[in-house]
Design a protein around this ligand. Structure first.
Ligand code: FAD
Length: 297
């Protein structure tokens, strides 16, 4: 289906995009990669009267390392992160970018658009919740920085005001001895996962000093599995502690039955993914180069 007619505006800067959003009101929407918005418009679930295109603003697509953090421009495509040597320093970021849909979607879709969309099945929020992540936003009243857990409010809902844009995503690099992994179960490449798990650990010898575990597609937002993290923190990683973490993660999941599978099926999947992700995270924390890919049905 064709989208409803709309007026097209090409923003020359993020500041101008904010001004346009303020002037045009609620009927205006930003266009980034268009990989969520355009399908919704074609289905006529989204019917903006004005589109403000961010794609021609220079300097909005980058991955850089500064003062112990990685910084991503709002228009940085998933494919750019997938091929970035800098992003690969935090392997869980590469796992995420490389596993999103297919090459066509990765070439267009952006990290800023993905976080702003807050799709419960989106990969970026699930992964970035395991790392200290801040979102720099620009609005009519100026700039503000919001931590990712405060930025994602609910399914498809963020802390962004109507006339605010994501201007940068800042991810603090984990300390030495850290490793992470992101694994999803998918029916095929170009679809969202049925369930996913992100695990980021910091090891001190055999002991787990810090654990962050987030579950994707099994709740209205990415779920921080606090009890699963506690099952590992301060403990050696053994079959017993992994099993405790897996059980706690399964209990934390809050899946809905849908065309991707029943709630029980997703809960089982998420447990298996957490187990595998912990195993890979530990090996990476020890300095091993471990390649992973999502699990396909
Ligand atoms: C076939 C298909 C399969 C997909 N599979 C996956 C998948 O497996 N995993 C996954 O994570 N994603 C998947 N996606 C979605 C994809 O990752 C999108 O890139 C992402 O959700 C949205 O990014 P975008 O740049 O395309 O944003 P757009 O679609 O352009 O915009 C999305 C929303 O964010 C707003 N927005 C965009 N940029 C900004 C900004 N800088 N500031 C404020 N608001 C902004 C827009 O106004 C809009 O409301 C899939 C998409 C398709 C079409």
């Amino acid at each position: 289906m064709y989208p409803r007619a709309f007026h097209y505006h090409r923003a020359e800067s993020l500041k101008q995009a904010v001004i346009l959003l303020s002037q045009l009101g609620d009927e205006a929407k930003l266009l980034a990669g268009g990989q969520s918005l355009i399908p919704l418009m074609k289905l006529r679930f989204a019917n903006p009267t004005h589109l403000v295109d961010l794609n021609f603003i220079s300097g909005t697509s980058y991955v850089k390392e500064e003062n112990g953090s990685l910084r991503f421009g709002p228009l940085t495509r998933h494919a750019e992160i997938e091929s970035s040597v800098i992003a690969a320093k935090i392997p869980i970021l590469h796992d995420c970018a490389a596993g999103i849909a297919d090459m066509q979607v990765r070439n267009r879709g952006t990290i800023g658009g993905s976080l702003a969309e807050a799709d419960p099945s989106g990969d970026w929020a699930t992964v970035l919740m395991t790392l200290p992540t801040e979102i720099r936003c620009l609005g009519a009243k100026g700039e503000q920085t919001i931590s990712l857990p405060d930025f994602i409010k609910d399914a498809y809902t963020t802390a962004l005001a109507h006339d605010e844009v994501v201007m940068e995503v800042i991810v603090k690099s984990p300390p030495k001895g850290s490793g992470g992994a992101y694994l999803a179960f998918k029916r095929s490449a170009p679809v969202y996962p049925t369930a996913s798990a992100a695990v980021q650990l910091t090891m001190d010898g055999d002991l787990c000093k810090h654990a962050a575990i987030t579950l994707g597609c099994v709740g209205l937002t990415a779920i921080k599995a606090n009890e699963a993290e506690s099952a590992l923190r301060g403990q050696p990683i053994t079959e017993k502690t992994i099993t405790n973490a897996v059980e706690a993660a399964r209990a934390a999941a809050d899946p809905q039955s849908d065309t991707r599978g029943s709630a029980d099926y997703k809960r089982t999947l998420v447990g298996a993914l957490v187990r595998r992700a912990i195993e890979v995270a530990v090996r990476r924390a020890r300095g091993e180069q471990v390649e992973v890919s999502h699990v396909y049905a």
